[in-house]
Design a protein around this ligand. Sequence first.
Ligand code: NAD
Length: 411
Amino acid sequence: MLHIDSAPSTPGKVKMEKSSYFFTRGGGARWHYSLAKLTVWSFAFLALILIFFLRSPAPSTITSAADPSRRSLRNYNWAAGFVGTHVSSALKRRGDGVLGIDNFNDYYDPSLKRARQALLERTGVFIVEGDINDEALLRKLFEVVPFTHVMHLAAQAGVRYAMENPGSYVHSNIAGFVNLLEVCKSVNPQPAIVWASSSSVYGLNTKVPFSEKDRTDQPASLYAATKKAGEEIAHTYNHIYGLSLTGLRFFTVYGPWGRPDMAYFFFTKDILKGKQIAIFEAANHGTVARDFTYIDDIVKGCLGALDTAEKSTGSGGKKRGPAQLRVFNLGNTSPVPVSELVSILERLLKVKAKRNIMKLPRNGDVQYTHANISYAQRELGYKPTTDLQSGLKKFVRWYLNYYSDGKKAVE
Ligand SMILES: NC(=O)c1ccc[n+]([C@@H]2O[C@H](COP(=O)([O-])OP(=O)(O)OC[C@H]3O[C@@H](n4cnc5c(N)ncnc54)[C@H](O)[C@@H]3O)[C@@H](O)[C@H]2O)c1
């Protein structure tokens, strides 16, 4: 079977562009847009869903984490993103039915998302192009497939972009999440939902390592604030409607097919181009460090969360009993200074970086992240095994391969 690390890649160009979002549209225009899209989809749907059913094993009841019938659960996943691609591929490899949704926005180069999509399609994972704010589209999907689980990874990611486009965070991370939960609460059976929060919710918390019990009421960025809002919204839908909800606080995920807006990715690009790279330091020459977590470890955590998720307890929009509500840290428990990340990249790329040491700007980044993962270890069997050196080696190998054929301009 085609593996995500070994698959050939298609052209891509690293470029950051602004997106146009929901808030620029009036409600009426939005409705017409959805209707038009649905008409198109009515054709595409049948084909898609047919393929989905033909390629997926039959559904069966899910009882416990060890139950092999979990192999046949039907998943609904935001798939063309970095983490979504890896999670979808892993689920498919073990025999789960997976359908993806992504709006392919241009926050970063959409051709990279398309390349991931092509890769997934070759393994039998199909992605519906749509927005999580499109209620009619989500309802239609649930009408056709009784998804047992939703793995929700769609978001406006990134910390600094909020200064340029704050509405995109509200659109995807708050309005989109609420829309998804509204649909999930009303379908029958309700799915169990696993979704991505973020280590950024710890904000200005200084107690390390960060534990799920620590305070998260001091976000340092709008991104963090929307993820924190997501955690509170999850609590509400669990409380009122009996939705089973598991939030995963990812700590700086990196690896092949990663995000071009993240430091390890654009440092690699800039080092290779001989461009200067900005390395931040905190006040009094304080070290800026991150608990970098390799994508394969994160995938194992996501699968562990799906496999231990209990069923939702509501039906017909009504709660029938208490439902599971969880939040886990998924990190590596081994913070590495950003300057050390650069040294590893220099060794792997065999190029000396032009370092420009700068003061950490106050636009959302925090000085230090470090996960306490004992809760995830206990409940999910989560145990990260990849150190930064080994993980970056795999990333660099992928990067050089992906951008090596001359067609893929790296700007
Ligand atoms: N990568 C990390 O280091 C990291 C750390 C903490 C949390 N997270 C969270 O994990 C999740 C996955 O992150 P990622 O790194 O794969 O990011 P990503 O940007 O690669 O993936 C997110 C995907 O969601 C899609 N999307 C965004 N808004 C949408 C909308 N309204 N409707 C439909 N699709 C939409 C995007 O097109 C993108 O493909 C996100 O929720 C992110 O906030 C990631």
